[in-house]
Design a binder for this molecule. Structure first.
Ligand code: PGA
Ligand code: ZN
Length: 433
């Protein structure tokens, strides 16, 4: 089926900042849209999100230039193109842009169209979205679908919740759950126990950008203690039923060669940061650490991976920026065993899927991830199931833009009936809690 028309408009994301929506029209009556998310702790190797920089509109964050690039440049070039030729469509946009980092047309303009085409392709082929993603990804049709294990954000800090911890994300991972729906229930129950504990301390129970609580904790270790207490109250065995994952987003804490922790009033070297995580991993059931070090600190990453004996998932987010060139360097230097996958870091669906293949083909794991500024349209749910990577990071079990992903995954699991299996988490952690 060919693309009949493409239109675009400026809408809002979950933080109330403008974002781009592209709509692919397959005929006069069939339209399918794609919206792009946006990060706050963005890595410097990410593709460029084009903003208007006109201070009088949305404090400079308007995206009318990106919208005009879709309407005026991308649409005319793609009208008449087969909507199911995802690689050809993305290649055409990469050529039209002509830059390394998509700064000419904007990665937000390009990705909005890329996502809209992916969704429209599913409609054209009369497939479920996750089935179509699997098809484009190249999953053999006979293999069963794998439901991903969610990494659920229960406590926000850093740039996502000013006043809370320095570290950005404390997550729980229901590694012992039998199904995705049960994993979600366990997480929601633990989340509400955590709320009770925070309330008992007399702290506000407000939530941050990704829906986790954002209490004014006194140290960066305190959230781990709160989570352990919440697990106990919810009746889950730490490390067996539910484990812990961290995303310190350490690039945000790194300045002049040191990591600055305001809660502790300390500045740590790279080796000291590694020691902090190794100490925690020995005392808490931590099975995954994302961006524990700065995006340029390859040696720190390698040391952390080594000192946690490959028993902890060491995840590169800002480090890799979903960019195959950076993932290749990471493989050569042996610095991480997992790649965080965010489509808007690289800017097209095809390149995102290529990065997933690169990671998996080289024995690394991958996590399909949202951004802190999200849209109401679930995307990572189907993308996670379609690629079969086994893990998704889609925020807390609160705030509708996050819950939309959990709900979509529960629908998919039900739709698959007995034909899906919940992924097995491949790392045990160092501690035996
Ligand atoms: P971001 O945060 O979307 O603000 O970059 C998410 C993450 O760091 O994983
Ligand atoms: Zn991150």
């Amino acid at each position: 089926m060919d693309i009949f028309q493409i239109t675009a408009q400026e809408l809002l994301d979950s933080r109330g900042n403008p974002t781009v929506e592209a709509t692919v029209h397959l005929d006069r009556y069939t339209r399918v849209s794609g919206m792009v998310p946006s990060g706050a702790s963005t890595g410097k190797y990410e593709a460029v999100e084009l903003r208007d920089n006109e201070p009088q509109r949305y404090r400079g964050k308007g995206v009318l230039k990106a919208v005009r690039n879709i309407n005026g440049i991308i649409a005319p070039a793609l009208i008449g193109h087969d909507v199911t030729d995802q690689r050809g469509i993305d290649q055409k946009m990469i050529e039209l842009d002509g830059t390394e980092n998509k700064s000419h047309l904007g990665a937000n303009a390009i990705l909005a169209v890329s996502i809209a085409c992916l969704r429209a392709g599913a409609v054209a082929r009369r497939m479920q979205f996750y089935e179509y993603v699997a098809d484009v990804f190249g999953k053999p049709a006979r293999e069963p679908f794998t439901m991903p294990i969610p990494l659920i954000n229960v406590l926000n800090g850093g740039k996502h919740a000013i006043g809370s911890s320095d570290f950005q994300e404390y997550m729980i991972v229901p590694i012992g759950a039998p199904t995705f729906a049960e994993a979600t229930r366990w997480a929601a129950e633990t989340f509400h126990e955590l709320k009770g504990i925070i309330r008992e301390r007399g702290w506000p129970t407000t939530v941050g950008d990704e829906g986790g609580y954002a209490p004014p904790v006194e140290s960066n270790e305190e959230p781990l203690k709160l989570i352990m207490q919440a697990l106990e109250r919810a009746g889950h065995t730490p490390g067996e039923d539910i484990a812990i994952a961290l995303d310190p987003a350490a690039s945000e804490l790194y300045k002049d060669g040191k990591y600055h922790l305001t809660k502790e009033g300390m500045s740590l070297t790279s080796a000291e940061m590694v020691d902090l995580f190794v100490d925690w991993a020995g005392r808490y059931p931590i099975i995954s650490i994302e961006d524990g070090l700065d995006e340029e600190d390859w040696d720190g990453f390698a040391l952390l991976k080594d000192k946690t004996q490959n028993k902890v998932q060491i995840v590169g987010d800002d480090l890799f920026a979903t960019n195959p060139q950076r993932v290749r360097i990471g493989i050569e230097k042996n610095v991480a065993n997992c790649v965080l996958i965010k489509a808007n870091q690289i800017g097209t669906i095809t390149e995102t899927l290529d990065t997933v293949h690169l990671a998996l083909d080289n024995g690394l794991t991958a996590i399909v991830s949202h951004r802190s500024g999200e849209t109401e349209m679930p995307f990572e749910a189907d993308f996670g199931v379609g690629t079969g990577v086994g893990q998704v990071k889609i925020g807390s079990v609160s705030r509708s833009e996050r819950v939309a992903e959990y709900n979509e995954l529960m629908r998919i699991e039900r739709h698959l009936g007995g034909r899906s299996i919940l992924a097995h988490f491949p790392f045990t952690g160092v501690a035996k809690a």
